[in-house]
Design a protein around this ligand. Structure first.
Ligand code: IPM
Ligand code: MN
Length: 353
């Protein structure tokens, strides 16, 4: 098949990890006779430096003309002045909104080989395999806000409409049908009106998915259950901000934030794929970044935007074999032990492909 993929390396370790994922896509594409074209564009802090805009029109146009976006990470200390009128994150939020990518899928698996990198007892990690479905274009991230004013007060608004909750709930129920048929919806319905609407709407959508077992967990309790009984979760549906926080917490189960991929999807097949981790400016340019999250994001791109399930599986299998064989980047290396560089790790994945 023919596909154009826009690569937005972004800031910090973004360029290092996307470069490795592109190598993987080129290799699997070549093996299966696909014609993948990669085009790079500016987004985030680097786009601010070069154009003054974190999401230049040219970048949007490039994305519009492609099947999917592969993104590294955005942000860094040089752009983090809270009073600055433009910030790198606005580029990412703008992309999600522009393409109406309302469903963010973040799978979290515990890798037995990395159990010693988690603060949890190994037996708690047994069977941990969950999928976060995070609402991505609504809620407090995009609700009415007051950013300036008298400097003495500020507000953000958690605002959800029934259609917004319905569509992301449908994605979550369908995902559960393809997995262990369990859905946990996270809310704060005991306090927030928006979250009572959330729960009510999820209950209503459940009528169309009677084969899925649904339960509701308050977000504070959920943070605890993620550590005390993580294997009990299958699909977890959460609002934009709760999903952001919970998925970082859950990354602990995988051994490192560097392990987690994500896919942001809308109504069609177009999607944005990025690791869950940030730009990690402290280790940028040192070959210490773990490319796993981005390589697994590329596998999700093959699966969801290009419909190439076998190719996606092949990438995931090669990656798991690489880990099982003992290759370790700095973040998952034993204390004081040796580790391979970002490029060497990806090279190992390529060899197994
Ligand atoms: C994420 C990030 C973003 C978010 C930031 C960079 C805007 O933390 O993708 O999880 O909060 O959504
Ligand atoms: Mn986050």
């Amino acid at each position: 098949m023919k596909a154009t993929i826009t690569v937005l390396p972004g800031d910090g370790i973004g360029p290092e990890v996307t470069a490795q994922a592109v190598r993987v896509l080129e290799k699997i594409g070549g093996k299966h006779d696909h014609d993948f074209t990669f085009q790079e564009a500016l987004m985030g802090g680097i786009a601010i430096d070069k154009t003054g805009n974190p999401l230049p029109d040219e970048t949007l146009k490039a994305c519009e003309q492609s099947s999917a976006i592969l993104l590294g990470a955005v942000g860094g200390p040089q752009w983090s002045d809270p009073t600055a009128p433009v910030r790198p994150e606005q580029g990412l939020l703008g992309l999600r909104k522009h393409f109406d990518l309302f469903a963010n899928l973040r799978p979290v698996k515990a890798y037995p080989a990395l159990a010693q990198h988690t603060p949890l007892r190994a037996e708690l990690l047994d069977g941990v395999d969950m999928l976060f479905v995070r609402e991505l274009t609504g809620g407090i991230y995009f609700g009415p806000r007051q950013e300036q004013g008298d400097g003495l007060s500020a507000y953000d608004t958690e605002l959800y409409t029934v259609p917004e909750v319905e569509r992301v709930a449908q994605v979550a129920f369908r995902a559960a049908q393809g997995r262990r048929r369990k859905l946990t919806s996270v809310d704060k319905a005991n306090v927030l009106a928006s979250m009572r609407l959330w729960r009510r709407t999820v209950v209503k959508v459940h009528e169309d998915y009677a084969d899925v077992e649904l339960d509701h967990v308050l977000v504070d309790a959920c943070t605890m259950y993620l550590m005390t009984r993580p294997a009990a979760f299958d699909v977890i549906l959460a609002s934009n901000m709760f999903g952001d926080i919970l998925s970082d917490e859950a990354s602990v189960l995988a051994g490192s934030l560097g392990m987690l991929p994500s896919a942001s999807l809308g109504a069609g097949t177009f999607g944005l794929y990025e690791p869950v981790h940030g730009s990690a400016p402290d280790i940028a340019g040192q070959g210490k970044a773990n490319p796993t999250g981005t390589i697994l994001s590329a596998a999700m791109l093959l699966r969801y935007s290009l419909g190439l399930e076998a190719e996606a599986r092949a990438v995931e299998t090669a990656l798991e074999q690489t880990l099982a064989a003992g290759a370790r980047t700095a973040d998952i290396a034993p204390r004081g032990g040796s580790f391979v560089s970002t490029g060497e790790f990806a090279g190992d994945v390529l060899a197994r492909l």
